[in-house]
Structure formats: structure tokens, C-alpha cells
Design a protein around this ligand. Sequence first.
Ligand code: IMP
Ligand code: MG
Length: 337
Amino acid sequence: MSCTIIVGGFFGDEGKGKVVAHIAYKDKPVIISRGGVGPNAGHTVQVGTREYGVRMVPSGFVYKDAKLCIGSGVLVDPRVLKHEVEMLGVQGRVFVDRRCGIITEDHITRDKGSDHLSKKIGSTGSGCGPANADRVMRVSPQAKDLPELAEYLMDVPKAIDDELKKGKNILLEGTQGFGISLYYGTYPFVTSKDTSASQIAADNGVGPTKIDDVIVVFKAYPTRVGEGPFSTEMSVAESDAMGIQEFGTVTHRKRRIGDWDGGMARYSAMINGCTQVAITGIDRVDKECFGATKYSQLTKKAKDFLKIAEDDIDSPITLISTGPEVTQIIDLRDELV
Ligand code: IMP
Ligand code: MG
């Protein structure tokens, strides 16, 4: 029984939401708790033909037996949270740490109104940067100060610790990606906080010695939204010709597409303390792999790519996503032991 962190290894949007949902169904965690910046993150989860986009509620919500928590490091926009809770029908399962920072209308106005943030950096305009700045200045409200959040309040670290002591599984969900970490990313073209696994542990009040596994998610063809360097970026003509087009979950901006970046993957795995790797989008390496659920169904081309990726990252690939739907995945974790 264990505590697992899932984080993005490139620039975000690696498909963490789908990987979290799969692991939730399979490992049956009693708590799925979110770390990361705030509602600037967008996770897409597809179950059957239904597609959900979430920004505040953990993407493991599709697994109905888990409590869904938001760790104290995360910024909460109460409007976004309430809307999602209603839309997803997850009332009674969502909990917010008392100490979460709050995003106000003023933060959103300052984010969108700042040329530096909205134009130069290409922020999502969700208010996260200004809200984290206020938090550092110690003038930001906390979740416990808002009457409309009273029904959700919880001591998230304590709840997680209680369950770990009972031997239960816990999933800590990261957001964004390594390349936009405030500390390790392409500063200043980054988000307003670190995004590495250590940060996700800290966001949830789980000390490093209690973490058993760190799964870093990489997409075969990385993407980036917003401004900033992207060394393996391809031209739009190239990615269009490959049939790769993606749009952001939060801002609907067209995502920039790139080739596999082995050097970045290795460095990202190092700082994240990666123990296992999930590769998403293998169906883009070879269309024939779409929907595969067994390693033996993969083509030579896909297996060759996975071999290169595994050598680059220097950690075992244990999960291979073969399409957007939650069951389109190859899970090799059982073969590890
Ligand atoms: P902010 O986090 O809204 O301040 O945006 C700063 C930069 O991080 C911009 O380039 C955003 O596009 C990017 N960013 C923030 N959150 C995400 C995410 O969840 N996925 C991908 N990019 C993100
Ligand atoms: Mg996203």
C-alpha cells in the first residue's frame, strides 16, 4: 500500500489526467489529492464517449470511491470549484485544505490586464500569478476565510496520514509540467510555482519519506502552450501533416507541438526523482497502436521508440497510453515485481 505522485515531465498537458484516472480505477486509492498551482491547469478525462475537462477537482474524480482533496499549496478559485462540483455531481466527495490560497476577481483582472503576464509570458489569465504574489506578500485570503467554502474544509495532510497509517493507497496528482516550473523551467516563461514532485508532496503536506513512487508522464510528441523556448518544436506545417493538432483545455489556444526531447526527459526525471514512467500518445508514433491494451500488440516502430525513450530517461516505462479513452492503456506495472 503506498503513496504515489504523478507529475508531468515536459511542458504540461502530457495526459496526466488520463493516467491518474486509470491508476485510480486499478489501485483504488481512498484519497486522490491535488497539488500544483491552481485553476490554470486543465485536465481532460474521457470515459467511454464522455469527455470531461477539469481545472480544480482532481482528475481522479471518475473513480467514485475516492475522496477528492485539494492540498494547501494549491490556489482555489471558489467560482470554478463550485461550478465543477455541480457539473460533475461530486458533492460530498470534494475537500479543500483550510490553508489553500484564494483567487479573487481582482487577481484575474490583474493577470489579464498585465501585458507582462498575459502577453509576454502568455499566462492562462486565471489569476494564479497575482494570487501567488499576494500569498507571498501575506495579504491573500485563505479557504477558511470564505463562508462559501465552509462545507469543503478539511485538514488534508492529516486525512492523508490517517489513511497511510491504515495501509491504504493515496494518489497525489500534480499539474502543469516540469518545463514550466518556476525553479527549473524556462524562466521567465514559466508558471508561478515549482511543478516538480517535491512540490506536489509539499502542496499536500506529505513529507518526502512517505512517498513510495513518482510516476513522471511524458508525451511522445511534447506540446507547449503560451510563450517560451521549445527546442524540439516543429513547424505548424509539419505537425499538421502528421495530423497532430491540440488545443488548451483552459484557454483553447492552439498548442505548439514538438519532437521527443530525450535530454529534457532525463533531466526532468532526475529532478522529479522518477521511479516509473508513463508515455502517452504512442498512437502518434504509429497509428496502428491506437487502442492497444497489451505490449505484444505494439508495432516494432512503437517498441523501438519506447526503447529509445527508456534509455533517455533511465527509468522503467510502466504505463503506455494508446489513445484518449481511459481504458486505452498498457499497464506493465505488474511485470515489475
Ligand atoms: P500561468 O500559470 O497562468 O501564469 O501561465 C504561465 C505559463 O504557464 C503560460 O505559458 C501558460 O500557458 C503555462 N501554463 C500554466 N498552466 C498550464 C497547464 O496546466 N498546462 C500547460 N501550460 C500551462
Ligand atoms: Mg492541461
